[in-house]
Design a protein around this ligand. Structure first.
Ligand SMILES: Cc1cc2nc3c(=O)[nH]c(=O)nc-3n(C[C@H](O)[C@H](O)[C@H](O)COP(=O)(O)OP(=O)(O)OC[C@H]3O[C@@H](n4cnc5c(N)ncnc54)[C@H](O)[C@@H]3O)c2cc1C
Length: 376
């Protein structure tokens, strides 16, 4: 094993918390800094697919996530009126990989925190400078302090400062799509719990149970970015989705306030280099993706465990980081491509798409998720 006395994880989102938890579990000397003053996490709902749950279970965090969320057993593609086009049994698809769990985003954050108990975690602190030589990295922090580390892991999201400091600024690209996300309390979908995608023309509305009788609802729309002010947002959402079926109307009817609806632009990013010297990237800092497969966070969980394995087994830090990138890149790039492919469902002609999903929807799911069943 390489000689490692001190590792810094920058960022306390999904990628940072799982990476720190994985390193700690294997007795590697790790500490974490997070820019925000609290462990707050933005977003509404989150699907932890079975491949993500497999990683969390290996870190002793799986049962906490399961308890805080809801099992999701089926994946439904439906037409705009809510009629079923195809159904995939997720338990059969993932075999014994683990369950799929729908969970509220802040609950997921809370469920990951036991993984970093007893670690030195500095909130309200960000990285401002990174200077490295062959043997260590000198890190400057926003509180004016500096420290030396053997390895620095950038888990600081799509707009990563670590990435910008080691690789130069790499800008993200817009996907040409926007999203409106919310949580509502309506009666659960009858039958086994399912994530449902109701497909319209250039847009979709999706539902997923996230526990405690709450449903996460998400609207993805193919459109150039525009500003959707908070005031009147719910009414505009209802108007935009007026041609969707009764289930969507029931969901929207149960929302009460504009501030229940989070609006954002969808971004993605593809970069060649994920590391330089002793500094390496994980999660969105390395590979932010279109959310159509809901795999971005799960890929970050896999990054965490693979990077830890490599740091434990390689002879040098440089070998470990190069090996980590070699193992992770093909799988992550595959997910990015498949996610883009799924986004094409929104731009295809509605009748051809619905016919295709009736005929081959289950196969399409198998083709896209099946390759993620073997461990990373
Ligand atoms: C609409 C949508 C739906 C999605 N749904 C799913 C889903 O269902 N399932 C799934 O697996 N994925 C999903 N994803 C993707 C998932 O949200 C991301 O891949 C995941 O959150 C990335 O985690 P991260 O920790 O890499 O980055 P982030 O969550 O962005 O966390 C980065 C952290 O670093 C901190 N930070 C930033 N800069 C600094 C600094 N300089 N110093 C210190 N700290 C810093 C930030 O404050 C933040 O806490 C979705 C994405 C979108 C857009």
């Amino acid at each position: 094993m390489a000689n490692i006395n001190r590792i810094l994880v920058v960022g306390g989102g999904v990628a940072g918390l799982t990476t720190a938890a994985a390193l700690k579990r294997h007795d590697l000397p790790v500490e974490l800094v997070e820019r925000q003053d609290t462990w707050w996490a933005p977003g509404a709902g989150f699907l932890v697919h079975a491949n993500g749950m497999r990683m969390l279970t290996s870190l002793g965090l799986g049962s906490g996530v399961e308890k805080a969320g809801a099992l999701v057993r089926r994946w439904h593609f439906c037409d705009q009126q809510g009629h079923l086009l195809s159904e995939t049994d997720l338990e059969a698809l993932w075999d014994d990989t683990g369950p799929c769990v729908g969970i509220e985003r802040p609950e997921l954050q809370r469920a990951l925190l036991p993984g970093v108990v007893d670690l030195r975690c500095r909130l309200g602190t960000s990285v401002t400078t990174l200077v490295q030589d062959d043997s260590r990295v000198r890190v400057g922090f926003s509180d004016g302090s500096t420290c030396h580390y053997d390895v620095v892991i950038g888990a600081d999201g799509m707009k990563s400062t670590v990435r910008n400091l080691i690789l130069g600024t790499r800008s993200t690209s817009e996907l040409g799509a926007m999203t409106w996300r919310s949580i509502s309390q309506i009666s659960p979908i009858p039958g086994p719990t399912a994530i449902q995608f109701h497909l319209g023309d250039g847009c979709l509305f999706g539902f997923m149970p996230i526990g405690r009788r709450r449903i996460y609802g998400f609207n993805y729309v193919i459109t150039q970015r525009f500003h959707d002010p908070l005031e009147g947002r719910l009414e505009r959402l209802r108007h935009r989705l007026r041609n969707f079926g009764p289930r969507v109307q029931e969901y929207l009817g149960a929302l009460e306030r504009d501030d229940q609806v989070i609006c954002s632009t969808m971004m993605w990013m593809e970069i060649k280099e994920w590391h330089a010297g002793r500094v390496v990237l994980v999660g969105d800092a390395a590979h932010a993706s279109s959310p159509m497969m809901g795999q971005g966070g799960c890929m970050a969980m896999e990054d965490a465990c693979v990077l830890t394995e490599e740091l434990r087994s390689a002879r040098t830090v440089e070998d470990a980081l190069a090996s980590y990138v070699r193992r992770r890149k093909p799988r992550v790039e595959w997910v990015q491509r498949q996610s883009m492919g799924l986004a094409n469902l929104l731009t295809a002609s509605t009748s051809a798409r619905d016919a295709m999903l009736r005929e081959r929807g289950a196969q399409l799911m198998q083709d896209r998720f099946g390759p993620l069943v073997p461990p990373p």
